[in-house]
Design a protein around this ligand. Structure first.
Ligand SMILES: [Zn+2]
Length: 156
């Protein structure tokens, strides 16, 4: 097999199981792994989570969605872009245009106009198509949980 070894500390979960998965399976798994980490990261100390678009404090154990600014069904290129994903209450996440406007309004003030534009350009590129990309992303999310440096990976 190829060069998958990157030896750093400890034992890593072998990516072998992921290599056997189909592309749709990898897509689902990446989303499952990353959304779980994101939901953890968004929690306040008391376990509550703030909805990004309406400000509601969702109590511990309440339902928090990983909401997309650019809708994930329509724009594959920003499906896994963490700049496009924030905590939302269900009613905002299922809501319409107003929430998207609120989402982007806040996002622009958070990350800046240039970053927002850059992210937005990605949305037309479609979902990543390389299994190797998913396998790498899955293992990165599993290993670090640190999602600050996740934007620059080549996607295709
Ligand atoms: Zn909300």
């Amino acid at each position: 097999m190829g060069k998958t070894t990157k030896r750093s500390s400890g034992k890593k979960r072998a990516p072998r199981d992921d290599a056997k998965k189909t592309l749709p399976q990898l897509r689902r798994k990446l989303w499952r792994v990353m959304s779980k980490k994101l939901l953890e990261g968004w929690k306040n100390e008391d376990g509550s989570t703030e909805c990004y678009t309406c400000g509601t404090q969702i109590p511990p154990g309440g339902k928090v969605d990983c909401g997309h600014g650019w809708p994930k069904r329509k724009y594959g290129g920003t499906y896994y872009d963490i700049r496009n994903i924030r905590a939302q209450c269900s009613s905002c996440n299922l809501g319409g245009q107003g929430e998207q406007w609120a989402f982007f309004n806040r996002l622009v003030s958070e990350i800046g106009r240039a970053e927002f534009e850059e992210m937005s350009e990605w949305r037309y590129t479609g979902l990543p198509t390389r299994k190797a990309w998913y396998i790498r992303e899955i293992s990165r999310w599993q290993e670090t949980g640190d999602f600050d440096d996740r934007q620059d990976t080549d996607r295709h």
